[in-house]
Design a protein around this ligand. Structure first.
Ligand SMILES: Nc1ncnc2c1ncn2[C@@H]1O[C@H](COP(=O)(O)OP(=O)(O)O)[C@@H](O)[C@H]1O
Ligand SMILES: [Mg+2]
Length: 257
């Protein structure tokens, strides 16, 4: 037990914008692996709060802890220490069944390799996260249809993944990530398998989602992708190396050329 942190005592600088509500709160997160005699600290006391509507690129060199962080954020791995809360829910308090329900309801995933189910068509893939819920929400099929149109696949509803281009498959994955209106959208090298023009179209979709107020965390090692996000969190040795806010393309960027 490490005592309470003064989390409510944020300095309210005069004239500063009121921060939006916290979506993902990580406090002193550790992820330790034991390798024989040795302990590897993939995350080493990581504390950070991601807030509603923020768009973050998570960057850092290989081995810095990006995948470990994303796995913990996505509740596919549990930290060995610390607290992780999503919309106020302490993840450590959920058992494995509760956690998978929670994951389906609160988190949207977009992967480098799309991870669509080959036997299912576009609409069915978009509906996949609903399958993990106890109740099928009313009107969910209409919502899937709407999302398919939203990502430009209104004419491809009954295509299987194999019958789609990489960019189209990633659009399905994006629609799938939105079906439950998750608290957080987590993307792992989402454009890593795409040519630059297609990657740009996908990044434009992220820009639109950001403009709509979605909360997006995107792991990338590509500087180009990082530049598109509003904020950049850089990791080093399992902790924060730097935090750059407001590095958007259109704003007064801090990434001076
Ligand atoms: N399953 C594991 N067992 C042992 N060490 C691991 C494991 N996964 C990751 N690590 C170590 O933790 C550190 C962070 O890894 P990772 O999160 O994959 O970094 P990144 O995604 O930034 O390349 C690295 O030193 C890596 O070797
Ligand atoms: Mg990695």
């Amino acid at each position: 037990m490490s005592g309470s942190t003064a989390e409510s005592a944020e300095p309210a600088a005069a004239g500063a914008p009121v921060p939006s509500e916290p979506v993902a709160e990580l406090s002193n997160i550790t992820r330790m692996y034991r390798m024989g005699e040795e302990e590897v600290h993939a995350l080493d006391g990581f504390s950070f709060t991601f807030r509603k509507g923020e768009y973050w690129a998570i960057m850092g060199s290989s081995g810095s802890g990006k995948s470990t962080l994303l796995n913990i954020l996505g509740c596919v791995d549990r930290p060995t220490g610390g607290s992780y809360r999503v919309r106020g829910q302490e993840v450590a308090d959920l058992d494995d069944d509760e956690l998978s329900t929670f994951r389906g309801a609160e988190l949207g995933f977009i992967f480098q390799s799309y991870n669509l189910i080959p036997q299912l068509d576009v609409l069915e893939n978009i509906l996949m996260p609903v399958m993990y819920q106890d109740e099928v929400p009313e009107g969910i099929e209409d919502r899937a249809l709407e999302l398919a149109k939203r990502v430009g696949l209104g004419e491809r509803l009954h295509h299987r993944p194999m019958q789609l281009s990489g960019g189209q498959q990633q659009r399905v994955a994006i629609a799938r990530s939105l079906i439950n209106d998750p608290a957080l959208i987590l993307a792992d090298e989402a454009t890593g398998n795409l040519d630059s023009k297609t990657a740009d179209e996908i990044l434009e979709l992220f820009d639109e989602l950001h403009a709509e107020g979605k909360t997006i965390l995107l792991v990338t090692h590509e500087a180009e992708v990082g530049r598109r996000a509003e904020n950049v969190l850089r990791l080093k040795d399992g902790n924060i190396d730097s935090v750059e806010r407001g590095v958007s393309r259109d704003g007064e960027a801090t990434d001076a050329k």
